[in-house]
Design a protein around this ligand. Sequence first.
Ligand SMILES: Nc1ccn([C@H]2C[C@H](O)[C@@H](COP(=O)(O)OP(=O)(O)OP(=O)(O)O)O2)c(=O)n1
Length: 174
Amino acid sequence: MMATSGKDSRGLKHDVSVPSNGSCEEFAAMNGTATEVETPSNGAEVRPQRFTFSPAPSMEDIRRMQAEFTDERDWNKFHQPRNLLLAMVGEVGEVAELFQWRGEAAEGLPDWTETEREQLAHELSDVLIYLVELAEKCRVDLPQAVLRKMALNRLKYPASKVHGSAKKYTEYKD
Ligand SMILES: Nc1ccn([C@H]2C[C@H](O)[C@@H](COP(=O)(O)OP(=O)(O)OP(=O)(O)O)O2)c(=O)n1
């Protein structure tokens, strides 16, 4: 596939090439970036696509890579559930630090520099790494647990009932 990349107004990469099956979704999945569909004939319409992640690594891949990282360093003796929880919360604090005192942030973080975006990527990754290891050490099969929880969420918040409202489920009077 021939690919050229550029940056949109939010600093997100977008592609102007044609993926192998011609689908922008495929390209977004490969790159983990937002893409735009442009209509070259009139040059006017730019249709934003929903941001998507790359398909890999999976949660199990992350669990295994972090297990290898800790095994190689003989760090399992430090990585009990409570320590992992505290480490994760500390990293959440580091994410919060990046947002503090700068007002509301619009989707795509248009006012952020590439360096700030990379810092955010690092801190969010730290949170995820510790979350996945915490789940492992607590014997929670996280991908399956997420499926069960999302099913519960759909039951608790039927789209037909809560559409456009951010109220907690306890506030609804049936
Ligand atoms: N005992 C440790 C220490 C680190 N890590 C791994 C998991 C995290 O992804 C990352 C955390 O490293 P730091 O504690 O050095 O934290 P930061 O990378 O956020 O550095 P800083 O606090 O300087 O921003 O390294 C780990 O698994 N176990």
